[in-house]
Design a protein around this ligand. Structure first.
Ligand SMILES: Cc1cc2nc3c(=O)[nH]c(=O)nc-3n(C[C@H](O)[C@H](O)[C@H](O)COP(=O)(O)O)c2cc1C
Length: 387
């Protein structure tokens, strides 16, 4: 067994054990990948304030996210094609999250269906919705999520058209992968992955195939998205979805102060300050850089969560200290899944928990709820002076 001490270790194993097209799918941003890179490097610019001679016994990093108790405020973000990183990947990740005591979010573009995940887990999970042109499909998938006991709807607002990721086009990304010579040669170097895939029937988009009308070839994600996703999604349509759902609503992909105000006035239970992990609008600012202005605008009116760029418990601490009420992780758990299946997701969560707890202690805090700007050293020009 390799010794895993950080998320980067899992990333290296993921690269080794998962077919190239799926690792690349996870490890890419749109266009030049500037935003993808800066999501990570901007966290590094924030430093921590060390405190000594304070009682650091009996620490707690537990909290709540939209009223749900969590062992740490870190939810698993929705990630499409998770079941291609490892066979039945969504079920494995959901189980790891359940055992660990953090929420799991199932993507519309998952391989395992809502019903599959519900049947294989006991804790309620959250369902992430992409809004399609086909209103019937949208209504039915919302009803399916409710029937499966999903406890919140995560409505993603920043992907009505797909940001171009060069590698996916070059690799001919598809689920399942096409049996071309280069793909076969690459898959032959990933025997465990192949065995897993041969042992499952879940190899296509479980929420869509058999549920959406006229779905032929889903394998080209980019052209399918262009045909099916509703480019007219606006606040009126969001209100229609909220009314149809009738439960807790999280608006994901907010990166602008005015949008955050609108989402808070709209009554969202939480917003996720996110640029989709740098996969959509390349050139947008990193989430962590946008966070302080959004916190100033809407703190207390709605829960503010942050994702994009979190690769450690230290990053989680920085987001919370800057005013986030919670966080989500995408790639950090996907690396774990691609590396070691369910055990890898658990390892990713354990790595983050330990880093968060140790860092909190060395910052002189015993309760995660007491974190604040006093724990950080933030460069004066961190937010930038933009015209
Ligand atoms: C491979 C991959 C697939 C994703 N698919 C979805 C998706 O289906 N729905 C969604 O709302 N967000 C999706 N996201 C975005 C994540 O929910 C999250 O915003 C992002 O991963 C956060 O950045 P991080 O990976 O740096 O943590 C995806 C991200 C990745 C890396």
């Amino acid at each position: 067994m390799p010794v895993i001490t950080c998320i980067d270790d899992l990333k290296r194993l993921h690269a080794r054990r998962t077919p190239r097209m799926f690792y690349d799918y996870a490890e890419s941003g749109s266009y030049t990948e500037q935003t993808f890179r800066e999501n990570v490097t901007d966290f590094e610019k924030i430093r921590l304030r060390q405190k000594v001679a304070v009682d650091m016994s009996n620490r707690s990093i537990a909290g709540e996210m939209i009223g749900t108790p969590v062992t740490m405020p870190v939810a698993l973000a929705p990630v499409g094609l998770t079941g291609m990183q490892s066979a039945d990947g969504e079920i494995k990740a959901a189980r790891a999250a359940e055992k660990f005591g953090v929420p799991f979010t199932l993507s519309t573009m998952s391989i395992c269906s809502i019903e599959d995940v519900a049947a294989q887990t006991t804790a309620p999970f959250w369902f992430q919705l992409y809004v399609m042109r086909d209103e019937d499909f949208v209504d039915r998938v919302i009803d399916r999520a409710r029937a499966a006991g999903c406890s919140a709807l995560v409505l993603t607002l920043d992907l009505q058209i797909l940001g171009q990721r060069h590698k996916d086009l070059k690799n001919g990304l598809s689920a399942p992968p096409k049996l071309t010579i280069p793909n076969i040669l690459n898959m032959m170097t990933k025997p465990e992955w192949c065995l897993g895939m041969l042992g499952t029937r879940r190899r296509s988009f479980g929420n869509i195939v058999g549920h959406a009308k006229g779905v032929g070839d889903l394998s080209s994600l980019s052209s399918w998205t262009a045909e099916q996703f509703d480019p007219q999604l606006d606040w009126k349509k969001i209100a229609r979805i909220r009314d149809r759902w009738g439960g807790k609503l999280i608006l994901k992909g907010v990166l602008d102060v005015e949008d955050a105000q609108r989402a808070a006035d709209f009554g969202a239970d939480a917003i996720v300050v996110s640029n989709h992990g740098g996969r959509q609008l390349d050139g947008a600012l990193s989430s962590i850089r946008m966070l302080p202005s959004i916190v100033r605008a809407v703190k207390g009116k709605t829960e503010i969560w942050l994702d994009s760029g979190i690769r450690s418990g230290q990053d989680v601490l920085k987001a919370l200290a800057l005013g986030a009420d919670g966080t989500m992780i995408g790639r950090s758990y996907i690396y774990g899944l691609g590396a070691m299946g369910e055990a890898g997701v658990t390892t990713a969560l354990e790595v983050i928990r330990k880093e968060l707890d140790t860092t909190m202690a060395l910052c002189g805090e015993r309760d995660i709820r007491n974190l604040g700007p006093h724990n950080l050293l933030v460069p004066k020009d961190f937010e930038g002076d933009w015209a």
